[in-house]
Design a protein around this ligand. Structure first.
Ligand SMILES: Nc1nc2c(ncn2[C@@H]2O[C@H](COP(=O)(O)OP(=O)(O)OP(=O)(O)O)[C@@H](O)[C@H]2O)c(=O)[nH]1
Length: 250
């Protein structure tokens, strides 16, 4: 993607926001690991990987001046910000909202790109699960949003035909299929999910095959459109303090 954008004469930089990332194909311009690493947090605080990751992001939010200073150098560029895969960060706690709000405040337009691995989507029920978590992240972040089905180079041409129905989904067909896989008792639930997918037509996926230039260009052009759309939107203040469960007896 970086190569493709550079060929189109765009200045693109990578930002790593994953404190557990180990190896990079490209050197990131900004790396959260210079501020904090998951390994250090797990060692020093005796946290597990999920608690440790939340701690790293709380630490980042407390040190937003570090992030702002780093990112300020790239204010005229495109940034691809790689974030950790743990869904909790986007759905359960308002930390990512805080970060997107900061980016808006200092003048960046943002598009959230939710990546679902094609290998994960073996059947319609898993596709539904992916759609639900993508929708949850989309509602929580309230920024322009794209869903991308990644690793399409690993999908056989036979599977590809089956997957085409996820790129332009027909809700009735999908709910019938899911009910066949899961049993009729889930029919009404599957139908409700399929209608939700249909009502929010933005919950569809763009296929990405990194070995195919056209596919890369297609995803980047959608991202560009979403960024321009985002220009007209007023940024929303982040809401909700992180709830203090210990103090809530209910
Ligand atoms: N064939 C193929 N392999 C890929 C592609 N993208 C990533 N990989 C490989 O998949 C493995 C896991 O990488 P990712 O899926 O990017 O996962 P990650 O970003 O390390 O992990 P999370 O941050 O938890 O999502 C690595 O070995 C990558 O080289 C792709 O488009 N096609």
């Amino acid at each position: 993607m970086v190569q493709h954008a550079q060929n189109a004469k765009r200045r693109v930089n990578l930002v790593n926001l994953d404190p557990a990332a180990e190896a990079f194909d490209y050197q990131p311009a900004i790396d959260i690991k210079e501020l904090i690493t998951l390994e250090d947090v797990m060692d020093e605080m005796d946290y597990g990987p999920n608690g440790g990751l939340v701690y790293c992001f709380e630490f980042l939010v407390e040190n937003m001046d570090w992030f702002e200073e780093q990112i300020g150098e790239y204010e005229d560029d495109y940034l691809i910000i790689d974030c950790p895969g743990q869904i909790e960060l986007y759905t359960h706690i308002p930390i990512m909202r805080e970060i997107t709000h900061t980016l808006h405040r200092i003048g960046f337009n943002i598009v959230g790109v939710y990546c679902l691995e094609s290998q994960f989507v073996e059947d319609t029920s898993k596709y539904f699960a992916g759609v639900m978590s993508a929708t949850s992240a989309m509602f929580n972040l309230e920024i322009p949003h794209l869903n991308v089905m990644t690793k399409m180079d690993l999908v056989s041409s036979e599977q590809q035909k089956l997957m085409d129905r996820y790129f332009d989904p027909d809700p009735l067909l999908l709910s019938d299929e899911a009910s066949k896989q899961m049993g009729q008792r889930y029919h009404d639930l599957n139908l409700a999910l399929a209608r939700l997918i249909d009502d929010f037509s933005m919950v569809s996926f763009l296929p990405l095959n990194i070995k195919d230039e056209d596919s890369i260009a297609y995803v980047l052009s959608h991202a560009d459109n979403a960024l321009q759309w985002g220009e007209d939107q007023e940024p929303k203040e982040p809401e909700d303090e992180i709830p203090d469960i210990a103090e809530n007896d209910d």
